[in-house]
Design a protein around this ligand. Structure first.
Ligand code: ZN
Length: 391
């Protein structure tokens, strides 16, 4: 049976602003940065015990910051909301990873952005979506903004990146239709264990290996060359800016290639499997290993896992992360014998107990599958004993 569910989707469209719109955006970015920094300064000032944040109206009228009148207050409100959320997260004790003190934004260094919501976005009678103070935008991307209902659109954030490109990040509600995968109807044979590695990006329990594309490594020579150029140039000069732009563009192309690769791999997994098991990686700790840190950052497992997670959630594929302390490489998947040591350069090993020859990575993936199925069954038993319905 097909089921329709409403999900929040975010998509990026390239914006081509006119000269006039660029000027408006520049002013708005500046004002938004000013308000953010003003609030951060109050928050970080230890001498102020009773912290009172002035409203936008007070900033304009009492404090005399007249330039705030030059851009739409709707975006300024949104900056304040953003600040409040950050503070809330700062004091949130339940957060897994703590965030630091809110930082000041610096012109030309921090990413420029403003967000529109509520009355900041409106639809004209002819069916065009427009933004307050900016008007009609020339956009290019995977969706046609005008085809969306006004109610669907939650926020539109305009950003300018280091390559001087403008983007509109549109957060909107989308109805996704998928075939219902009832837990009981889900096909156990459509289960797969995934091991993420450095030589191969992904190794699955069926023996398939996907090479690690090493997008950063491919461009490393170019990047080093640009870094050398940059270090010779005078800070702030025109040629310095040019070189910096080139470097930013290179980084962006690397990220784009990588994301495209992730979307392809995750899509094929979602389409072919009902149960996906994966290791719960602690990338933060791994990056501390200096010899491997660049390679680990290049492979970007966590980005891949986050893409895979939300897609699994949308299409109701079970994604289970197994305990990170499980020795997936060192255990024989046939007899369960665990060897003491297995250094990173050994790709194949023979189980001393049953004599089976193992490919290191495929063995690990098969173990992840086995362990995952075991852990998931345990969770379900617990749920069943509590009388929770399995879906
Ligand atoms: Zn064995």
């Amino acid at each position: 049976m097909a089921i329709t569910k409403t999900v929040l989707k975010r998509t990026n469209l390239r914006v081509y602003p006119t000269k006039a719109q660029e000027a408006v955006l520049s002013q708005s970015f500046g004002n938004s940065r000013f308000i953010w920094n003003y609030y951060v300064a109050i928050f970080r000032n230890k001498d102020i015990t009773n912290k009172i944040y002035p409203s936008i109206k007070e900033l304009k009228e009492i404090h005399g910051f007249d330039f705030l009148k030059l851009s739409s207050s709707c975006c300024q409100q949104q900056t304040i909301r953003h600040f409040q959320q950050t503070i809330k997260q700062f004091f949130n004790k339940k957060r897994k990873s703590k965030i630091g003190l809110p930082k000041f934004k610096k012109k030309g260094v921090s990413k420029d952005s403003i967000a529109f919501s509520g009355s900041g976005i409106y639809k004209t009678k002819s069916g065009e979506i427009r933004l307050l103070s900016l008007g009609k935008l020339k956009l290019r991307g995977e969706i046609d903004l005008n085809s969306l209902n006004r109610k669907q659109i939650k926020t539109i954030t305009i950003t300018k990146d280091k390559c001087n490109h403008y983007y509109a990040s549109i957060c909107y509600e989308l109805e996704v239709t998928y075939e219902e995968r009832d837990f009981k109807l889900k096909d156990k044979s459509k289960s797969i264990g995934l091991d993420l590695g450095l030589t191969h990006f992904l190794i699955d329990s069926q023996g398939k290996k996907i090479d690690n594309p090493k997008f950063l490594k491919q461009e490393l020579e170019k990047l080093k060359y640009l870094d050398r150029c940059l270090s010779r140039k005078k800070n702030g000069s025109n040629s310095y800016k040019k070189c910096k732009l080139k470097r930013a563009k290179l980084f962006k192309s690397i990220t784009n290639k990588r994301n495209y690769f992730f979307h392809c791999v995750s899509k094929s997994l979602i389409e072919n499997f009902d149960f996906i098991y994966i290791e719960d990686l602690s990338v933060k700790n791994m990056v501390k290993n200096r010899k491997l840190s660049r390679a680990i950052s290049d492979v970007s497992w966590s980005k891949f896992v986050s893409i895979l997670s939300y897609k699994c959630d949308w299409y109701r594929v079970s994604l289970h992360k197994i305990n990170r302390y499980f020795a997936s490489s060192k255990t024989c998947n046939l007899c369960g014998y665990q060897i003491d040591k297995l250094s990173l350069d050994i790709r194949e090993w023979v189980c001393p107990d049953c004599g089976e020859v193992h490919d290191r990575d495929i063995n690990a993936a098969m173990n992840i599958l086995k362990r995952g199925e075991f852990e998931l069954a345990q969770i379900q038993n617990k749920k069943l004993s509590k009388g929770v319905c399995l879906t």
